[in-house]
Design a protein around this ligand. Structure first.
Ligand code: GLC
Length: 516
């Protein structure tokens, strides 16, 4: 499984209210206790931090707010020694406007780096070159007074898009990857990997007739010309080649769009990503029939032989326990750790973390500042990790960068003491999965979902497990089940219980049955 850590929200070591690399190092025991084997660190590079570090001003340097390169080397070395691999966020689509490349690019139309970014003349009528909209609101084009041209930004105007058509840009970004791989990192999660290229004719994006005006304005257009262009897939192939220069590295990527597009991101003859992030579980209606449909649709959409993955949380996604409630959050834990594929979760999901409360005057997220009123604020999910019941939950001795009120009493220390807590459930699921090849790399076979129970099998030649998840708050009968014994219930209150023929699942209960 891959455990996402946003350094700013994990553990502060120097009392400035922001997490840092030394803080992560001080929590390695916890990661080992939980059984984590891969961490993905979201950006800690030099950045004005307008977008949670996704606005990078130097790809190969640690921002002093997070520590030093020495801190990084020590952290990654210690993690590796303790059996945990490290993958980093790679943000190739855009830099910060403070990046020296952009400063140079915008200095003059004749700058050697002018073409490293996407510049254009105004439209004939004098406005922006076309109707493309920024994810963070308004036109995606920003007028540059000094040089009388527009530059393109898919996100903030302070995040100008790099021009991936330019081979120099691709070469310099390849060097960034090599830089970190030489330091020993095990791979990358590519940020916004589907939007690297834009239509070279700059054609207008059409209106999405299905969107309606309840959607935020940027989502009312179909981003056919500004997103997911075929050229981007070619660039991902190049990135993969660079990653393949080193042994045993993994390439994950944030991809947009509907399930039926996800298969493209694996590539065929020319490989692209190992793991295009699959958000289908988060987007699916939460009932047994919908979920069995969602799981099938995704598995049908990926190429034969491709390894699946299942994201249940992330720094852009609403905390699931808030959406579905604590009882069903345990079902999701069991589902994601018993399906075939790599689960991705965000630090705090294992605590059943619910979204924090962010008063208006504490809002940090640009989404909420620039596109307010649509529930896009990502601050509630990014509230720092709660370690214990002390002031600021053991996260910092200073003032936390986001208020930590409203996240309730769920913290690591307390949940560790309660042996049936969701935290113990995660730990147990991880442990069982590691022990049983059938649950980890084994095959997957769906069973017909009846009585609101989602059921499937995982098996190897020698072992077979049935997983049955009750998606309701009432008891439900699991029928037509062979002989076996329950090895784990989401309630953590049973050890081995024999099953045969049928079995009554309690409200919100999921079980793993080892078949005879
Ligand atoms: C990705 C990141 C998100 C960020 C955006 C712009 O979608 O996950 O947090 O705001 O890229 O970099």
């Amino acid at each position: 499984m891959i455990y996402e850590i946003a350094p700013i929200s994990f553990q502060d070591s120097d009392g400035d209210g922001k997490g840092d690399l030394k803080g992560i190092e001080s929590r390695i025991d916890y990661l080992c206790w939980l059984g984590i084997d891969v961490v993905w660190l979201s950006p800690f590079f030099v950045s004005p931090m307008l977008d949670f570090g996704y606005d990078i001003a130097d790809y190969c340097a640690v921002d002093p707010a997070f520590g030093t390169m020495e801190d990084f080397d020590r952290l990654s070395e210690t993690l590796r020694r303790r059996g945990i691999r490290v993958i980093l966020d790679f943000v190739p689509n855009h830099t910060s406007d403070q990046h020296p490349w952009f400063v140079e690019s915008r200095s003059s139309r004749n700058s050697a780096k002018r073409d490293w970014y996407v510049w254009s003349e105004p439209s004939v009528s004098g406005g922006p070159p076309n109707n493309w909209l920024s994810r963070f609101g308004g036109s995606a084009w920003c007028w540059d007074e000094a040089t009388d041209q527009y530059y393109y930004h898919a996100f903030l105007k302070e995040q100008p898009d790099l021009n991936w058509r330019n081979p120099e840009v691709r070469a310099v970004m390849a060097e960034v990857l090599r830089f970190w791989m030489r330091r020993g990192v095990d791979g990358f999660r590519i940020d916004a990997s589907a939007v690297l290229a834009e239509d070279h004719l700059l054609r207008d994006d059409p209106v999405d007739p299905e969107a309606g005006d309840t959607k935020p304005p940027p989502q009312r257009l179909k981003h056919v010309f500004s997103d997911d262009r075929p050229e981007s897939l070619g660039y991902l192939e190049e990135v993969r080649q660079v990653v393949d220069e080193f042994e045993h590295r993994v390439l994950c990527g944030e991809v947009q769009g509907k399930i039926d597009r996800i298969g493209n991101f694996y590539g065929n003859a020319r490989p692209r990503l190992h793991l295009p992030l699959n958000f289908a579980l988060l987007d699916s209606p939460w009932d047994a029939l919908s979920l069995q449909g969602t799981i099938d649709a995704y598995l049908n959409a990926i190429p034969e032989g491709a390894w699946p993955d299942w994201v249940i949380g992330g720094h852009d996604k609403q905390r699931v326990a808030g959406k579905m409630g604590q009882a069903q959050a345990r079902i999701l834990a069991m589902l994601s750790l018993t399906l075939r594929g790599t689960p991705f979760f965000f630090a705090g999901d294992e605590l059943g973390r619910e979204p924090g409360e962010i008063p208006k005057d504490a809002v940090q997220d640009v989404f909420e500042k620039l596109v307010p009123g649509y529930g896009l604020n990502r601050d509630p999910e990014r509230v720092p990790m709660a370690w214990d019941g002390s002031q600021h939950h053991g996260f910092t001795t200073g003032e936390p960068w986001l208020p930590m009120k409203g996240i309730g009493t769920r913290n690591v220390a307390d949940l560790q003491k309660q042996d049936r807590s969701i935290l113990h459930l995660y730990r147990e699921l991880i442990r069982i999965r590691k022990k049983a090849p059938a649950l980890c790399t084994g095959d997957y076979r769906p069973l017909r979902s009846r009585n609101d129970i989602l059921a499937y099998e995982r098996f190897t030649d020698t072992d077979r497990f049935t997983i049955a998840l009750n998606l309701t708050h009432e008891g439900r009968l699991l029928e037509q089940i062979g002989k076996g014994s329950i090895v784990l219930s989401t309630r953590l209150d049973r050890t081995t219980v024999p099953v045969s023929g049928q079995h009554l699942l309690r409200p919100d209960e999921g079980i793993i049955i080892q078949m005879d």
